[in-house]
Design a protein around this ligand. Structure first.
Ligand SMILES: Cc1cc2nc3c(=O)[nH]c(=O)nc-3n(C[C@H](O)[C@H](O)[C@H](O)COP(=O)(O)OP(=O)(O)OC[C@H]3O[C@@H](n4cnc5c(N)ncnc54)[C@H](O)[C@@H]3O)c2cc1C
Length: 278
């Protein structure tokens, strides 16, 4: 599995096979590529450009299991032109897929070590593939923890899967900013859940995806506890157009988020992430 695009410019036609309403305004689309001769594969954390003719193209992470070849899923929040149009599609509709693009979560370099995943909101979508991979290869890793924070219980993505993730050996911890009457879990940001976690810095990898302010606190907190900056990875989101490092839309200092990211070791982007409204 190379994870490299077959051709970065080639748009593959895909048919929507299933649509799952996840949370208000967020849907997971199950796709299959129409041309069976296309050998598509991706790595956990990569994204595709999804294309609707006459409307446009958007970068969307792959949210499915990289090892379930042929079962391609994208979890999409309807915010703008492409994503709102996608929200109106039905099973059987066709869309264009270009990709996969970008860097992936380097979970394999943490074999034998502990892995901490920290997600906020929709940031769980690009981390879900690594959850599947860690469960599949669970014996190869030490302690695996997922800390997930959202605004309210209704915003928890993939909540029907947490029980199977726990059975698969992942310590899943959730927190909400605003609780409902029946919520019995943690309230507040993800950082108080990280504080009591026993961390052996040298043997810990931390992957985080969510609002940038959350990632800054999470990454800086892990580094303060001794985790080397090169073992902390963040997934950055910037407005993308070409997805292959040519157009400059997603340029972040010297980095092109589409080509050099979206997943970066914190030491590489730390200085840039501290710049507000860059
Ligand atoms: C690597 C990567 C992975 C991503 N993964 C996901 C994912 O898994 N799921 C997901 O849902 N999103 C994901 N995104 C974000 C997604 O690419 C953006 O939200 C994208 O802009 C959506 O495209 P759109 O055409 O629907 O929105 P656009 O039309 O481009 O609008 C984007 C934003 O701009 C605002 N906007 C639009 N038009 C205007 C205007 N005229 N004036 C002012 N504001 C405006 C919208 O309200 C919206 O907030 C990812 C982004 C990146 C870079």
């Amino acid at each position: 599995m190379t994870g490299l695009p077959l051709s970065p410019w080639r748009v593959h036609i895909a048919t929507i096979r299933a649509i799952v309403a996840e949370t208000p305004g967020v849907w997971t689309f199950g796709l299959s590529l129409d041309d069976p001769s296309v050998k598509y594969s991706f790595q956990a954390g990569q994204f595709n450009m999804l294309y609707l003719p006459g409307i446009g193209e958007s970068a969307i992470s792959v949210s499915s299991d990289p090892e379930e070849v042929g079962k391609l899923q994208h979890t999409v929040r309807a915010v703008g032109n492409v994503t709102r149009a996608m929200a109106k599609l039905q099973p059987g509709s066709q869309i264009g897929v270009r990709g996969p693009f970008g860097t992936s979560w380097p979970f394999e370099s943490f074999r034998g070590k502990d892995v901490i995943l920290v997600a906020g909101g929709l940031g769980l979508a690009p981390l879900r593939p690594v959850v599947y991979s860690l469960i599949r290869h669970r014996r190869d890793f030490g302690r695996v923890t997922l800390i997930y924070g959202v605004r309210s219980p209704a915003d928890l993505l993939f909540s029907s899967e947490y029980e199977s993730w726990r059975k698969g050996g992942i310590d899943v911890q959730t927190t909400v900013n605003v609780a409902s009457l029946d919520w019995q879990g943690a309230i507040g940001s993800v950082t108080p859940l990280l504080a009591p976690l026993p961390i052996e810095p040298a043997r810990t990898g931390l992957f985080t995806c969510g609002p940038e302010v959350m990632m800054r606190f999470v990454a800086a907190g892990a580094v303060q506890r001794g985790v080397p900056t090169g073992q902390v990875f963040v997934s950055l989101e910037r407005n993308m157009n070409c997805a292959v490092g040519l157009c400059g839309h997603c340029q972040f200092g010297p980095e092109f988020v589409c080509r050099d990211g979206p997943i970066f070791p914190f030491d590489r982007v730390r200085r840039l992430m501290l710049v507000e409204n860059f």
